[in-house]
Structure formats: structure tokens, C-alpha cells
Design a protein around this ligand. Structure first.
Ligand SMILES: Cc1ncc(COP(=O)(O)O)c(C=O)c1O
Length: 421
């Protein structure tokens, strides 16, 4: 039986035998045409596939820096290597601590661990899905060498608080912008507010070359250190003849750069469509009790919407579990995910901290202390409440947004019955 009153007009959910809201697929991703094809073929036919021979990577670095409003850009093989190189460029070494959020992709913590540094997790602000910047200061110790906020889902962290705490304690800020191309804080693109900003161009990202990454910075010393870190220790100025230093090969190929140049031509328009659709969707979803679209801090003047994120409060859906909610949504033709699980609790992190190599650098009591501090209760809760839609779902007409809201509304109207089913 349907609940009485407000929900009387709601159609029966597909999971209970009703008609699905949506049968069509979603806008495809990646988006490409003959221009992208020609870009790849041009590199192929040139025979110059390595940045040391060709000019595509150089050109991409210049164009990306300009688009983002940065002085310098170092293109990299992927987002993870951009984080490693930027953290190394900021001086992170074994024995240091790096502050980061627990609501993020595993690459973030791995970038810290591969440098033999300690990841220090600061709890999440559930309302925005971002690191709770007000809690960062309490996590700073004499060992803190970098703060790595992540603009999760294309939303923007409270940069004002992050930058003020970082400035007070003289700690570099490495912005993880892997999900936030074109997002802005107070009218300026993310990635240029701290010491450096890191981007990913992996296949799912809003700017895509299959794999790829970039570091932005306005600091001349930093760009030299990042460039050296990404190409066997050779600085930009000294080039290939220079002596090596301890470093990696994180170089982007000419193919990636060629493709990024054409893909970049669509970024502004795609970002505009995502943002407009997301705003429209939020307006509709906010009217449904128990659905809470991710909020933005006042300084966030543009959200990149790599993910459309909302919190699902099952108490407002008669106790209907998130898993069943997602199942019902999928039956309506709206595929959504539950997002991240608590990164700070991943067993591999503790195993790494207890490994032989870490044992040489960190005392048992320091690791014991880390374990005691590693509590993020708000994040634990968010991991149970989060729901994500992917960025390509925001690239279609407004009608698509209406169908998403309609499907959620149907589930809300029949939550009791769905819970018993
Ligand atoms: C927040 C965040 N940081 C880092 C990465 C790592 O980027 P990549 O997969 O290009 O190495 C990703 C992407 O997957 C990400 O989402």
C-alpha cells in the first residue's frame, strides 16, 4: 500500500512492477570526432612519439597553463605521478607527514606512501563531501611537510581556511584537482591557489586522454623541481645534457598531448552544460526529504561536477537501506553508485606502516600514535550515505535531470513497500 496523502500521484517503482522512468542510455563518454582522429594520426605519422623529439607535449603544457591561469605546467604520465612529483617537489621525504582527506581515491594515499611519508587523515565535512578544513590545524605537527586537499567530485574545498592554516604554519599546499578541471575558487581556477595543483586525464575524467596528468604552479623553483622529478632529474633549463638526480620517468607521450589539445577544445562547453544540469537537478532533489545534494562553500564560484554527489538519509526513507535504494534507482534506468569506502581504514595502509622499510624510519610508538589519531567518524558516516552519478549523465538535455528526480521521487513515495520487498 502507498502511504496516504502527498505521494498519492506517484507512479509505482519499476522494482515493484511499475514502468521504468527511463529506457535510453546516457550520453556516451569519451566524446570524439575526426579532429581527435587527425590529432592522433598526425603524431603517428610524424614518427616523433616521445616529448624529447616532438613538440606536442610542450604545446600542451603552454596551452593548459594558459587555460588554467598558471605560469607553469609540467605534463605527466597520469594523475598519480603528478601527485608524487609535486609532493617530492615540495620536499616530502621519508619521516614527513602529509595531511589529506579520507574521502578520496586510493592514489592519493599511495602518492604519500611511495615517498615513505606518513598519511595523516583529517575528517570530512559531510555537507560538502570535502576535507573539513577547520580540523586541519589540529593535525599539524612538527613533521607536517605538506597539506594535500582534494577537490572531490569537482566541488572545491574550503581553500580560504586551508591556505590560512598552511600560511600560518608555513606548510606547502598541493591541491589534488584530478577531478576538478575548470572548477574555481573566488573566480580563479583550482590548481593555482597553493604551491602546486595536480590533474588527471584518465579515461573517466572531464578531460580525457586515456591516461595523463599535469602539475600547475606559479613558482619557478617548484616547476624546476617537478620537471626534474618527472624526467630522470633533468631540469627544464639544463635539458638532456644535465646531470641526473634521484627521480622518475613520469613523462607524457606525444600521443596523449596531441589528443588533449583537441579534447581541451570541448572542455568549456561541456563544463557549462554539466553545471547547468547539476543546478537544475539539485533544485529538484532538494525538494525530496532525505536527499541532500553536496553543498558548496561560499568561495566556490564554479563546480566542475566530475561527480554529482548527494547524501541519502535512509531514516527519511522509512529505513530503506542505501543498497536497496540504488537497486530501485537502477531498475528505473538510473545507474548510480555508493561512492568511496573509508580510505583511512584500508588494511594495506596499516600493513605498509608496519612493513620492514617503514620500521627503519618510524618508531613503534610513532606508528602507535598514528593509529590512535586515525579516526574519521564523519567520513565513516558519509561512506554509508553517499550516492554518485557520473559526469556524463550531466551532458544531456534537462529532461534527463527530470527523469533522475522523478525516479528518486517514486522511490521516496514507495519507500515502505520497497523496504519490505
Ligand atoms: C582524486 C584523485 N586523485 C588522484 C587520482 C589519480 O589519477 P590517475 O588515475 O590519473 O593516476 C585520481 C584518479 O583516478 C583521483 O580521482
Amino acid at each position: 500500500m502507498k502511504a496516504k496523502g502527498a505521494v498519492a500521484a506517484v507512479a509505482k517503482p519499476a522494482l515493484l512492477g511499475g514502468k521504468a522512468v527511463r529506457k535510453d542510455g546516457w550520453p556516451g563518454w569519451p566524446v570524439f570526432d575526426e579532429k581527435d582522429e587527425q590529432a592522433i594520426v598526425r603524431v603517428l605519422r610524424s614518427g616523433q612519439w616521445f616529448r624529447g623529439y616532438g613538440k606536442h607535449v610542450d604545446r600542451f603544457e603552454e596551452a593548459y597553463a594558459q587555460l588554467m591561469g598558471a605560469k607553469y605546467c609540467v605534463a605527466t604520465a597520469n594523475g598519480t605521478s603528478s601527485l608524487v612529483a609535486a609532493l617530492a617537489g615540495a620536499g616530502v621525504q621519508a619521516g614527513d607527514e602529509v595531511i589529506l582527506p579520507p574521502y578520496t581515491f586510493v592514489a592519493c594515499v599511495n602518492a604519500v606512501l611511495v615517498l615513505d611519508a606518513l598519511p595523516v587523515f583529517v575528517d570530512t565535512d559531510r555537507a560538502t563531501f570535502q576535507i573539513d578544513a577547520k580540523k586541519i590545524e589540529a593535525a599539524i605537527t612538527e613533521h607536517t611537510r605538506a597539506i594535500m586537499p582534494v577537490h572531490l567530485g569537482g566541488n572545491v574545498v574550503d581553500l580560504e581556511t586551508v591556505l590560512s592554516v598552511a600560511g600560518k604554519h608555513k606548510v606547502p599546499v598541493i591541491e589534488d584537482c584530478c577531478q576538478a578541471h575548470m572548477a574555481e575558487w573566488k573566480g580563479k581556477r583550482v590548481g593555482i591557489h597553493g604551491t602546486a595543483g595536480c590533474f588527471s586525464f584518465q579515461a573517466s575524467k572531464n578531460l580525457n586522454s586515456g591516461e595523463g596528468g599535469a602539475i600547475l604552479t606559479n613558482d619557478e623553483g617548484m616547476v624546476e623541481r617537478c620537471h626534474a622529478a618527472h624526467t630522470n632529474g633533468r631540469t627544464r633549463k639544463a635539458g638532456w645534457s644535465a646531470e641526473s638526480a634521484r627521480a622518475w620517468n613520469f613523462r607524457m607521450t606525444e600521443f596523449q598531448a596531441g589528443l588533449l589539445m583537441t579534447q581541451m577544445g570541448r572542455l568549456e562547453e561541456q563544463s557549462r552544460v554539466r553545471e547547468e544540469n547539476a543546478k537544475y537537478l539539485s533544485k529538484m532533489l532538494r525538494a525530496i526529504p532525505g536527499i541532500r545534494p553536496a553543498e558548496m562553500y561560499e568561495g566556490c564560484t564554479r563546480n566542475a561536477y566530475h561527480l554529482y554527489m548527494f547524501r541519502y538519509e535512509k531514516e527519511r526513507f522509512g529505513g530503506l537501506g542505501r543498497g536497496r535504494f540504488l537497486q530501485a534507482l537502477s531498475a528505473e534506468g538510473i545507474g548510480a553508485g555508493g561512492g568511496y569506502t573509508p580510505l583511512n581504514k584500508e588494511a594495506f595502509i596499516m600493513n605498509t606502516l608496519r612493513s620492514r622499510g617503514f620500521g627503519v624510519v618510524y618508531s613503534r610508538s610513532r606508528i602507535g600514535e598514528w593509529e590512535k589519531r586515525n579516526r574519521c567518524p564523519e567520513n565513516d558516516r558519509l561512506c554509508e550515505e553517499g550516492v554518485w552519478l557520473t559526469q556524463n549523465m550531466l551532458l544531456g538535455p534537462r529532461r534527463d535531470m527530470e527523469q533522475i528526480a522523478e525516479a528518486v521521487g517514486k522511490i521516496a513515495g514507495y519507500a515502505g513497500e520497497l523496504g519490505r520487498g
